[in-house]
Design a binder for this molecule. Structure first.
Ligand code: BGC
Length: 712
């Protein structure tokens, strides 16, 4: 290992500043002299500055990586290797389900497996850092990026972000198959107003600390080495120059010790936010706020030296930031081996290997959520005459956004996976008027219609918000047309967010929500439809009845006038809509049925030293083995600041064989009941709590207990 303090001391001020710059790969391998009118000119930096930059963003393939590192090491004066960063969000080439789908598995060990596989593939390609996990809590399906996160609950986000970070980073960053995790987007990016990408965030400190921070905290507690700032403002200040967020909340409250990096151009964009005057002002504010690496823009390269010479910025701030970057490079083993893990052969042997494809299938199978299954339409019997319809039935576009390196041409289609099970008719056209008479005749003879439809991959992800996340008009019309045939309809949804299904729900017999399941989508869907997989996913975002209900989330406050069921009363309701979602948080069906026994608690009074043990029996009363996710919710009946009507405090996913009973036990400690009070303290209160256990956030059994301090 290098002695990084010595390395730091050996650097000139220009070389130090270079470590804080992150540039795209082509800067290092193009003839920059010819670029005078190109990107270099736009950034107005010199070739010398390019070859002092500390890291590279968005690169793919070991060959390119090697070329860039070689060119850099040949020209840079200090010979400190470049660090390569990229968006490896849900798989590198073997693509896993989008994080929202993985979260729906309620199985953090699968999240860990997915990121472990992703790390192994990405590192063989030369990537050292991934810009993941994205732990932005979101209550708004209009926002295109909900597919990148874990949904609306803090605890679930905490556990998923924790597990993903562990998977990426492994036991040690020195390991060949580990990459460093960069949790993003700090902070509260998921709260963009009206779900519109890059929009304003205006939430309270109460909401930040009690809800929105939890996902980031999960990654940080698991040791994530980097944090990315967000595009939005918090309390009017852009996150990237927000000293309160970066120094107080991140470093003090969350105890983060690693590297802070901006989002793409987010430092420069503070000029657009109109909180920075010019690039010098950006650099001045950003370094003081606690930003280490500037992604894509170059205000540090251009202005930091002068700011230090003018004594506007203390040298100490620069040294601290550079030291953090050098420490990361050192921990990654880059000083010893700038080409760490980079290997064409290794990449070839890992990508789509049996082990990786098996892992992807495993995760996909548990991510599927069964939302409706009237008259046991599912599972299908092998050999039934299936009419396989819809825009998504015969395409490889199933990987989902943020899967740049995934190959759609190699992705199996649902049609191909399902053919051995008996596809008798198929069509991608979602309008019966366009079907020939012969097609209609055949279609009418089908035993079941499987309609695979939803959103295109390009309808969610960054910069892809929707004001109306509903089924498209032609899809609804098509479903209504099909309904007239009287044949059971199974709706297989492929999409990047919760969709308003109100208009179609009563016209279909079964609904299978898959989001985007990645490389193994087709196989996972097929196995599930035919009962080789018993679905076990549960929603991690509420599915609204109407767009007007958004933001909609289970852990809302009670209000002073909770709806009392009487729409003539002056209570909190809509004249034209219910308050409840169509499908609630935590909901998901199985092909078997689970019966919940009564809840037992160790005592009706618990204390810090005597935590509450909650147990119950869950019986699999159906005819198939299956997983059930048992959820524990708590309501604090009197708190200093208002807390949610109920909040998830723990969950357990258990495998229960048909006819068998499993005992499920939770231990509730005071730590789980802590919240940030109005004075900023993270503490718990004495008082009464409702303990509720069940199969979703609304299907619950409950008991009331009291919490007291231990007597001295
Ligand atoms: C996105 C980040 C991403 C970065 C680098 C930005 O536009 O907001 O999530 O990591 O680009 O690709």
């Amino acid at each position: 290992m290098a002695n990084i303090k010595k390395v730091l001391a050996s650097l000139t001020i220009d070389e130090k500043i270079g470590q804080l710059a992150q540039l795209p790969p082509f800067f290092f391998i193009k003839d920059l002299k010819k670029e005078v009118s190109g990107p270099l000119a736009k950034l107005s930096i010199t070739e010398e500055q390019v070859f002092s930059a500390g890291s590279v963003l968005g690169i793919g393939g070991p060959e390119e990586m090697k070329q860039v590192q070689d060119a850099y090491l040949a020209k840079s004066t200090h010979k400190i290797p470049l660090m390569f960063m990229a968006d490896v969000i849900h798989g590198y080439k073997t693509i896993f389900p989008v994080p929202l789908a993985i979260a729906s598995s309620w199985n953090p060990s699968l999240a860990k497996l997915a990121s472990k596989v992703a790390a192994a593939e990405a590192s063989s390609s030369g990537i050292h850092v991934t810009y993941a996990p994205m732990a932005d809590l979101s209550r708004d399906p209009r926002w295109g990026r909900v597919m990148e996160g874990y949904g609306e609950d803090g605890l679930l986000a905490y556990r998923m972000a924790f597990a993903m970070t562990e998977g990426f980073q492994g036991e040690s960053l020195l390991a060949e198959d580990s990459i460093a995790a960069c949790v993003k987007h700090f902070a509260a990016y998921g709260a963009v107003e009206a779900g519109r990408e890059y929009n304003t965030v205006d939430i309270s400190r109460y909401a930040l600390f009690n809800y929105f921070l939890k996902g980031y905290q999960g990654a940080i507690d698991a040791g994530a080495r980097l944090v990315m700032t967000s595009f939005n403002t918090f309390e009017g200040k852009p996150a990237t120059t927000n000293e309160y967020l970066l120094r107080h909340v991140l470093r003090e409250f969350l105890n983060f010790k690693g590297v802070v990096i901006s989002d793409y151009d987010s430092a420069l964009e503070t000029i657009e936010h109109r909180t920075s005057l010019d690039q010098r002002d950006v650099a001045n504010q950003a370094i003081k706020a606690g930003l280490d690496i500037e992604m894509a823009s170059t205000t540090y390269l251009k202005h930091l030296k002068q700011l230090i010479q003018d004594k506007v910025v203390p040298l100490k701030l620069l040294d601290e930031a550079v030291l953090r970057v050098l420490e990361l490079k050192n921990d990654l083993g880059l000083f010893e081996n700038p080409y760490k893990s980079m290997s064409v052969e290794k990449e070839k042997s890992l990508v789509y290997s049996h082990a990786h494809m098996d892992a992807a299938l495993k995760v996909s199978l548990e991510s599927i959520v069964l939302l409706k299954n009237a008259n046991q339409t599912l599972p299908l019997k092998k050999g039934v005459k299936i009419a396989l319809l819809g825009s998504h039935h015969n395409t490889g576009q199933l990987l989902g956004p943020w899967s740049w390196h995934g190959d759609r041409t190699l992705t199996q289609t649902i049609q191909s996976a399902m053919t051995p099970y008996g596809v008798y008719f198929s069509s991608a056209v979602e309008d019966l008027e366009q079907y020939s008479k012969e097609d209609l005749r055949r279609l009418k003879k089908a035993d079941v219609i499987v309609l695979c439809t939803g959103e295109l991959e390009s309808m969610s992800g960054e910069a892809h918000s929707r004001a109306n996340p509903v089924m498209f008009k032609h899809q609804t019309e098509f479903i209504k047309q099909l309904k007239a045939f009287g044949i059971p309809i199974v709706l297989v949804l492929v999409n990047g967010r919760p969709i308003v299904l109100t208009e179609v729900v009563s016209h279909v017999d079964a609904i299978v929500e898959t989001y985007f399941l990645g490389t193994q989508s087709a196989l996972a869907i097929t196995k599930t439809l035919f009962g080789e997989n018993n679905p076990s996913g549960k929603l991690t975002m509420s599915f609204p009845r109407s767009v007007g209900q958004i933001p909609l989330y289970y852990n809302h406050l009670n209000t002073g006038r909770p709806f009392n069921g009487d729409k003539k009363s002056y209570t909190s309701f809509y004249l034209d809509e219910d308050n409840e979602p169509l499908f609630p948080f935590g909901f998901g069906l199985s092909y078997t049925q689970f019966q919940y026994g009564t809840i037992n608690v160790s005592s009706s009074l618990f204390t810090p030293k005597k935590p509450l043990v909650i147990s119950l029996l869950v019986k699999n009363a159906g005819l198939l083995d299956g997983f059930e996710t048992v959820q524990l919710y708590v309501s604090d009946l009197k708190s200093e600041v208002a807390l949610p009507v109920r909040e998830l405090k723990d969950f357990k996913k258990v495998w229960i064989k048909k006819g068998k009973v499993e005992k499920v036990e939770f231990t509730l400690t005071v730590d789980q009941l802590k919240y940030v009070h109005s004075n900023g303290d993270l503490t718990w209160d004495e008082g009464e709590f409702v303990i509720a256990v069940g199969s979703s956030s609304v299907h619950l059994k409950s008991v009331t207990v009291a919490l007291k301090k231990d007597s001295k």
